[in-house]
Design a protein around this ligand. Structure first.
Ligand SMILES: C[S@@+](CC[C@H](N)C(=O)[O-])C[C@H]1O[C@@H](n2cnc3c(N)ncnc32)[C@H](O)[C@@H]1O
Length: 450
């Protein structure tokens, strides 16, 4: 009996291609199978872990004939750790799979007959690129690391090959803390130019008190901390911003889901009036501060205003992760921002409100919007957010997305609502994983037809 069950659950398949979510597609015995950690072209013996109707979720028991793009995953935690699910692929194959996943979503979900060609920018660093992380701590086992694949248990990770060196060092420092201190269940950390900001909730863990850090990107300075969102792969931010904003300029622009103002600042260099909308008050506080910093411009003013507050935040302890013997924030010499592309900064307001609520109130009263950028979380824009954008009717839309499936779902609504998809450019912000960032540029159809 047990043997018969095993026979049903274990089968030999060929992986046809990789799908959104990073799983391999295979077919056997009338079933559609989603196989994790697969490479396209693998011939493998798989076991079906879960069945739902005619769909099976499976894992590889044995690779019989490896795909030409399969490599030995370099990380010792691969397969156990839930973090990286593309390490079995050459980097070239990862990029190709991501472009194909986006194309597939545009075709299948957005229902675009002829999607534009997709270019993908490789990450300058396929390893040691990750400048933001959330670590899990299990006090009962003293494990510190990431969730085990498909579970809420913690995989103890001593060395994580995708972390920037400063975050790896912080992970090691936290591991030392676990010997004497209880850590919170989740720990957020982000690296900036001055060191690392670590959020340990309201627990008092010596040396880890979420200081403010900053990063210079494309001649702008952004301040942020571990308590709010900031992008993961800083090496790709300059080309990402350039692609998302392009040549846009004009009178009125809107930046939806603006976070700490990554796109708001460069947009404000080009438009007369800009509104940034973001629900997280900690993020909007930083966005206003970043704008204020840009407005003041001079090195001296900028340093004075922010230094004092940050010193008070972090007391006298050095920023975790700053190079040995060097101070953290307080001792860093900062450049001013004058003398770059332009000192011009349009009138900009940052509003702390949910995007749907703001659009409901303002879609009729803002005047003709030249440019709208949206960068929603992985779930994409809510239905009412898309309806609000259509009611606002911006001339150009730039949609920055970290999930090709929800992007395609929303593009379907935008193209049905009168927009043409002009370009799709991808950025490999998350090497070794199936995740990918995409910028889709749209323009209002009657605009083009004029
Ligand atoms: C992917 S992040 C982008 C942030 C920013 N554009 C950047 O690149 O740094 C998405 C942001 O949307 C915010 N957010 C999520 N749901 C929201 C909503 N319904 N209304 C407004 N902001 C929201 C989050 O707090 C987060 O800051």
């Amino acid at each position: 009996m047990q043997r018969a069950e095993e026979e049903v659950r274990t089968v030999e398949v060929t992986i046809e291609r990789l799908l959104p979510g990073g799983v391999g597609l295979a077919h056997a015995d009338g079933l559609t199978l989603f196989v994790s950690l697969a490479a396209p072209g693998d011939v493998a013996r798989i076991t079906i872990d879960r069945l739902s109707g005619k769909v099976g979720f499976a894992s590889i028991v044995e690779v019989i004939t490896p795909s030409p793009v399969r490599i030995a995953p370099p990380c010792p935690y691969f397969g156990l750790c839930g973090g990286c699910d593309f390490q079995q692929l050459t980097y070239e194959a990862q990029l190709q799979a991501k472009a194909e996943i986006i194309r597939d979503c545009l075709h299948r979900i957005a229902k675009l007959e002829t999607p534009p060609d997709i270019t993908i920018h490789a990450s300058p660093k396929p390893w040691q690129y990750r400048a933001r992380a959330t670590w899990q701590f299990d006090g009962s086992t003293n494990r510190l690391g990431y969730f085990i694949r498909g579970s809420n248990d913690v995989c103890d990770v001593e060395y994580c090959a995708v972390l920037v060196p400063e975050l790896q060092q912080t992970l090691e420092q936290l591991r030392q803390e676990t010997l004497s201190t209880q850590l919170p269940r989740h720990i957020d950390a982000v690296a900036g130019d001055e060191g690392v900001s670590v959020a340990v909730g309201n627990m008092n863990v010596a040396g880890f008190n979420s200081p403010v850090v900053s990063r210079r990107i494309a001649n702008e300075t952004y301040h942020f901390s571990a308590e709010g969102f900031f992008q993961i792969n800083h090496d790709l931010l300059e080309p990402l911003i350039a692609e998302a904003i392009g040549e846009a300029k004009g009178k009125i622009a809107v930046d939806l889901y603006c976070g700490v103002g990554l796109f708001t600042l460069p947009i404000a260099r080009r438009f007369e009036r800009v509104t940034g909308v973001e629900a997280n008050p900690k993020a909007t506080e930083f966005a206003r501060r970043n704008l204020e910093f840009a407005k003041r411009g001079s090195t001296q003013n900028g340093r004075d205003g922010i230094e004092s507050e940050t010193r008070a935040d972090r007391g006298s302890s050095p920023t975790p992760g700053s190079p040995a013997g060097q101070p953290g924030w307080g001792g860093t010499v900062r450049e001013g921002i004058r003398g770059n592309e332009s000192d011009y900064l349009g009138y900009t307001e940052i509003i702390t409100v949910r995007v749907g609520d703001w659009l409901k109130q303002h879609s009729g009263s803002l005047g003709p919007v030249d440019f709208l950028l949206l960068d929603p979380p992985r779930t994409g824009a809510e239905n009412k957010d898309v309806a609000g954008i259509l009611a606002l009717g911006p001339r150009q839309i730039s949609y920055v997305s970290c999930d090709p499936a929800t992007l395609a779902r929303d593009l379907k609504k935008l193209t049905a609502g009168g927009y043409s998809l002009d370009s799709v450019v991808a950025f490999d912000m998350f090497p070794q994983t199936h995740h990918v960032e995409t910028v889709a540029r749209l323009s209002r159809r009657q605009e083009k037809d004029l």
